[in-house]
Design a protein around this ligand. Structure first.
Ligand code: ADP
Length: 385
């Protein structure tokens, strides 16, 4: 009876040992496999990002369309500001699910596709996207194939086209009216006798004023057209320095109008991603309005706030404020306030349209709060670089 016990015990103990060893080996193997796969995944992503040439962001930002490059996992490698705006990317690297699936399908089939997907921020709207596979520049160095994604909003494009048509109608009218008046005064000049010097001088002053206004109108129209045709030159910029330059440029005009210009900013403000010349134009237009419409003793202040991933900008004045019925229209091309004082001033009605267009190119929207007799505050936020 002792023999079988002696014979069985070693067998059981040996097989348990082997099982334990095999299980241990399997666990080690699984862990190694997981580590290897994770390492290859990150290597592939790092390789995709590091193989994005340094000039690619500039190239994408110079395109007049929303564009981005995505890797095979549907992660954004590089994008332009317009693409970030349309797709609501913020700081995110992950594409919306519908677009990610499309990118993966196109990279698997190598056949470009154009289709419509729901807009991420508003499912009622559709975005048109074209996805094209980009061959790996050097298959030996990087086997990763990325995708070029072009995005447009058909409704926005139609609205833009309609607003251009409306603008052409308004511009023609705005040019026609002063030209007719100028022609009338030219006739008066032609028929004035030597004794009518006062009448002669009045007509001459009128013509000079209207010609000046027309010249400003043409300048503003050219600025607006340049904004649409030449892309923004985005780079990390010191927003405080740009605001200071705008204040210096308008210092004399402010002194003449007895308006005090101020700048309030916390120390160590982060840089923002912006086109410095265009951002300066935004500050100049907002401050110019504050000076133009305020009477002596008023203050116009630029306030900058560090809000983590954005810098919030406020341009506030203690001027006359804007009438409630004007507020919804002030960013429309050539809209001028309804009060007599404003209609009599020398504006063109394009200053705020230019501001809004520039900020849209920076992926920012501008808002306004105003109360008659109290003042006006414009607010927008710029993404940190
Ligand atoms: P413009 O100043 O040439 O008339 P804008 O597009 O710059 O054109 O402004 C549109 C309108 O908005 C102005 O005519 C004026 O009625 C109103 N507005 C803009 N900024 C101010 C301000 N700071 N204070 C009062 N009204 C303003």
């Amino acid at each position: 009876m002792v023999v079988p016990t002696l014979w069985q015990e070693p067998v059981v103990s040996i097989s348990l040992g082997w099982v334990a060893l095999a299980a241990l080996l399997a666990v080690v193997l699984l862990i190694s496999l997981a580590v290897l796969l994770t390492w290859r995944y990150w290597q592939r992503r790092a390789s995709a990002a590091s193989h994005a040439p340094s000039w690619l962001p500039d190239l994408l930002n110079s395109l007049p369309v929303a564009a981005l490059v995505a890797d095979p996992d549907g992660q954004v490698v590089v994008h332009n500001t317009e693409a970030a705006r349309l797709l609501g990317l913020g700081g995110a690297r992950e594409l919306p699910l519908a677009l990610r699936t499309l990118v993966q399908r196109v990279l698997a089939s190598d056949v470009s596709e154009t289709t419509e997907i729901p807009a991420p921020q508003d499912a009622q709207r559709r975005l048109r996207v074209t996805v094209t596979a980009l061959g790996a520049a050097s298959p030996a160095a990087s086997p990763v194939k990325n995708a070029l994604v072009l995005v447009s909003d058909p409704v926005e494009l139609r609205q833009r086209e309609m607003s251009y048509r409306r603008l052409i109608g308004t511009v023609s009218h705005e040019l026609r009216t002063p030209l007719t008046a100028i022609m009338g005064h030219v006739d008066i000049l032609g028929s004035c006798s030597v004794e009518e010097e006062a009448l002669w001088r009045r007509s001459q002053r009128f013509i000079a004023g209207e010609v000046q206004r027309l010249a400003r109108l043409v300048d503003d129209l050219l600025s607006l057209s340049r904004l649409e045709t030449s892309p923004s030159q985005m780079r990390p910029v010191n927003v405080q320095a740009i605001a200071e330059e705008a204040i210096s440029a308008l210092w004399e005009a402010a002194e003449r109008a007895q308006v005090t210009l101020l700048l309030q900013a916390p120390p160590g403000l982060p840089r923002v991603l912006a086109d410095p010349d265009r951002l300066q134009q935004v500050f100049i237009n907002l401050l110019d309005n504050a000076i133009k419409y305020s009477s002596g003793g008023a203050t116009a202040t630029i306030r900058l706030y560090d809000e983590g991933n954005v810098v919030r900008v406020e341009a506030a004045d203690t001027g006359p404020g804007i009438a409630t019925e004007d507020l919804p229209h002030i960013f429309e091309p050539m809209y001028r306030g309804s009060t007599a004082a404003i209609r009599a001033s020398l504006g063109t009605g394009l200053g705020l349209t230019i501001v809004k267009t520039i900020l849209e190119q920076h992926g920012a929207t501008i808002s306004v709060e105003s109360a008659l007799g109290e003042g006006t505050t414009f607010t927008f936020s710029l993404p940190c670089a």
